[in-house]
Design a protein around this ligand. Structure first.
Ligand SMILES: Cc1ncc(COP(=O)(O)O)c(C=O)c1O
Length: 447
């Protein structure tokens, strides 16, 4: 059961500058959460809030999974911190080996980070370094995609394609270009799963390759399913074409799987789900089920070999000048190992896969609700897009989120006027029904 001794509400909200939040409104009308278990959050005043978004797409094993709670408790008493520069602790190696087994093909090496943003910047740096050590030092450009979200580091916002995340921060990384986004509602609205239309949008990469010359391009980075911008599954054949074009031109392909890895599509990764093999995969979130911050970049063996084995230098030489104080932090590795155990022993990826068709039916049943202009889904990712209010883009989505929390005891994730759903993988059919029933009530009462 959820704890009764809930943390008291604080009486001074001002000093916490909240991320990606309208601070002024929040502090007037705070949405506070003080405990969690399973599919629910609990507020300081004791309301049970149904979590339709796995926190921020991360609590894939549900809240406070028993094995993870116990593992972290044990770990803090056993080994609080160990440096990963020049030293190592056993669980870090065990975790890397587990990840090697989880990711397909020869994505055999794990570089540990503390977040999705750090994973993205790490992957970009490894890509640039690889091209240089194999004698392709002129390949310094990176191609992202419009509307892509790759976190908030300077690398991530440079390759990302969300205007407000970029425009305040100067010229960003040089030499970046962007593929067109795949949001073309007149062709794809209300598609179930992957849209049949749009594979040709990947051919735009050929145009960019021609424009810049392949000898200048190091890597292409995309989210296999665009998540944060509002759940856009790739058009059928799109990722395959990207892979074919990148391979033909010696360009590395990076899948940003910060959301899609660890069961969101009913498989260990989107690379496995789509059967498309990228060169690097960025992860975070579901790796520890959101319990302790951690990310990992999975790297194909030839890339590791080129940088570490073939270009390594003498025994005392560091091969890659990169890393974080908290790379492979003992608490995070303990949490990740226990989370992976939970996924396996509770069959959560299988549960997600089995639930996905039911989830699809359920979210698409909202089509007749007021203001709905599109519904999208893949695996346990879903989006209900609302028409914006006249002259006030984002206001309707925001109102839906506030209403969900205060009037319908549900947490929803919004991006602009789109409601994004990503329930924990422990969800049952009844949970999905409940989410959709509450969503219908929220949308029906919304102006
Ligand atoms: C695809 C993708 N990449 C990177 C990130 C950034 O992750 P973090 O917020 O952990 O830095 C996110 C976060 O939502 C994401 O969805």
């Amino acid at each position: 059961m959820l704890k009764e001794d809930l943390v008291q509400a604080p009486n001074d909200l001002e000093p916490f500058w909240m991320p990606f939040t309208p601070n002024r409104h929040f502090k007037r009308e705070p949405r506070l959460i003080s405990a969690a278990e399973g599919m629910h959050y609990l507020t300081p005043d004791g309301r049970r809030i149904l979590d339709s978004s796995a926190g921020l797409w991360c609590c894939n094993a549900g809240h406070a999974p028993r094995r993870v709670v116990e593992a972290v408790r044990r770990q803090i008493g056993e080994l609080d911190f160990a440096p990963s520069f020049q030293f190592g602790h056993p669980r870090a190696f065990e975790l890397a080996a587990r990840l090697r087994d989880l990711f397909p093909g020869d994505l055999d090496y794990a570089f540990f980070t503390n977040s999705g943003s750090e994973s993205v910047d790490t992957a970009l740096k490894i890509a640039l370094c690889y091209q240089r050590v194999i004698g392709q030092g002129s390949r310094t450009r990176i191609i992202g995609r419009e509307r892509g979200y790759h976190g908030v580091g300077f690398g991530g916002i440079s390759v990302g394609g969300i205007g407000p995340n970029r425009k305040w921060y100067g010229p960003l990384l040089p030499g970046v270009d962007h593929l067109p986004h795949t949001r073309v509602l007149e062709h794809t609205a209300f598609s179930r799963g992957q849209p049949a239309w749009g594979a040709h949008l990947a051919d735009e990469l050929e145009r960019l390759v021609e424009l810049h010359d392949p000898s200048t391009i190091a890597a292409v980075i995309v989210e296999p399913v665009a998540g944060s911008i509002g759940v856009y599954p790739p058009p059928l054949g799109y990722l395959e074409r990207l892979r074919e074009i990148t391979e033909r031109h010696g360009i590395l392909l990076i899948f940003d799987e910060v959301i899609t890895a660890f069961g969101r599509l009913g498989r260990g990764s989107a690379a496995e789900y789509f059967g498309v093999r990228p060169d690097l995969v960025t992860t975070a979130k579901g790796l520890t089920g959101g319990t302790v911050p951690m990310g990992a970049v999975m790297v194909r063996k030839p890339i590791y070999d080129a940088i570490v084995t073939e270009n390594g230098g003498p025994d005392h030489a560091i091969e890659l000048f990169h890393g974080f104080t908290y790379s492979a932090h003992p608490l995070a590795t303990a949490a990740a190992l226990a989370t992976l155990d939970t996924y396996r022993e509770e069959g959560l990826f299988e549960n997600a896969a089995a639930l996905a068709p039911h989830f699809e039916e359920a979210v698409h049943s909202l089509r007749d609700c007021p203001n709905v202009v599109d519904i999208r889904n893949l695996g346990l990712m879903g989006a209900v897009e609302l028409a914006p209010r006249d002259g006030a883009p984002g206001a309707r989505g925001y109102a839906a989120m506030v209403r969900a929390f205060f009037d319908h005891d549900m947490m929803i994730r919004i991006t602009g006027d789109t409601i994004a759903l990503s329930p924990p993988l422990i969800a049952t059919r009844a949970d999905i029904e409940e989410i959709v029933t509450r969503l219908r009530a929220i949308l029906t009462g919304l102006d």
